[in-house]
Design a binder for this molecule. Structure first.
Ligand SMILES: [Zn+2]
Length: 88
């Protein structure tokens, strides 16, 4: 089972620099840290741009962060449960 991962911020549609999600987010995709900070300025709340729920304990996904350093152009990757991945 491969899971598709878009390395694009769901809000700005730009490539993510620092991939963040909330500790309790149920999705695999991340939002950009900068977007979450911008949302915080606007709404005075930590809101996940991906699922629109409150971001509890946001953290940078280091696995996704490493992926972002691996390729500079591609923004879609398929990740398997064991951590193997394949660029689209
Ligand atoms: Zn979320």
């Amino acid at each position: 089972m491969k899971e598709k991962l878009d390395l694009v911020c769901p809000y700005t549609k730009e490539k993510i620099k620092y991939p963040v999600r909330g500790r309790y987010c149920r999705h695999f995709g991340c939002a950009c840290l900068e977007t979450i900070i911008a949302f915080h300025h606007l709404k005075r709340q930590w809101i996940c741009p991906q699922c629109d729920s409150k971001v509890n304990e946001p953290y940078i996904d280091l696995f996704v962060y490493e992926l972002l350093k691996d390729r500079t152009k591609s923004t879609t990757v398929y990740v398997e449960k064991d951590g193997n991945y394949e660029w689209a």
